[in-house]
Design a protein around this ligand. Structure first.
Ligand code: 6U4
Ligand code: NA
Ligand code: NA
Length: 162
């Protein structure tokens, strides 16, 4: 692996009147992961910390300003023979339903956190989402086929150091 990109991925949580946990996903309207329900995030820019990048992307893509980001996991992705690896830092944060807006990049929608639309999400998400629900930090790696759909090899581990 010769190079890598640092990405962020943020899941915003809320609770409904019955106390059920809700999570905000965005339908990606363009670019990488188009047509999938995603968390919010993107590339960390030069001069930015990972958390600053995460906060900026959440605001750009959902209109929500988040104060506290909780480190949840780190994901490593490789695709086919592409020498570029992706190191994706996953966070959770609390949000309020009213503040969400649709943007050029994302159409946001709240989901029951225990019933996410995994068939229309990145195929690795179902393999680590339980760790998020249990507030167990995790480190995972996924080797995708060049088609960005099929996972050829995977490793998911609980960690406690993020
Ligand atoms: P531009 O449009 O260049 O500014 P940017 O918003 O910086 O793009 P983008 O949207 O390409 O970056 O970021 C990719 C997003 O997709 C990040 O939030 C991480 C997420 N992502 C990438 N691979 C993923 C995967 N296998 N599983 C997953 N999220 C993934 O759940
Ligand atoms: Na993005
Ligand atoms: Na970006």
């Amino acid at each position: 692996m010769s190079t890598k990109k640092i990405l962020t991925l943020v899941f915003l949580f809320s609770t409904d009147a019955a106390g059920k946990r809700l999570v905000l996903l965005g339908m990606k309207k363009r670019g990488f992961g188009v047509g999938l329900w995603n968390g919010f995030g993107g590339k960390v820019e030069p001069g930015e910390t990972i958390e600053q990048g995460a906060r900026r992307e959440v605001e750009e893509e959902s209109g929500v300003h988040v104060e506290t980001l909780h480190p949840a996991g780190v994901l490593w992705f490789e695709f086919g023979t592409d020498p570029m690896g992706l190191e994706c830092h996953v966070f959770t944060a609390n949000a309020h339903e009213g503040t969400v807006v649709e943007t050029e990049e994302m159409r946001p929608q709240w989901w029951d956190a225990e019933a996410l639309p995994f068939d229309s999400m990145w195929p690795d998400d179902i393999l680590w989402w339980d760790h998020i629900l249990k507030r167990q930090q995790f480190a995972a790696a996924f080797w995708f086929a060049a088609d960005q759909k099929q996972i050829l090899r995977q490793a998911v581990n609980a960690v406690d150091v993020l």
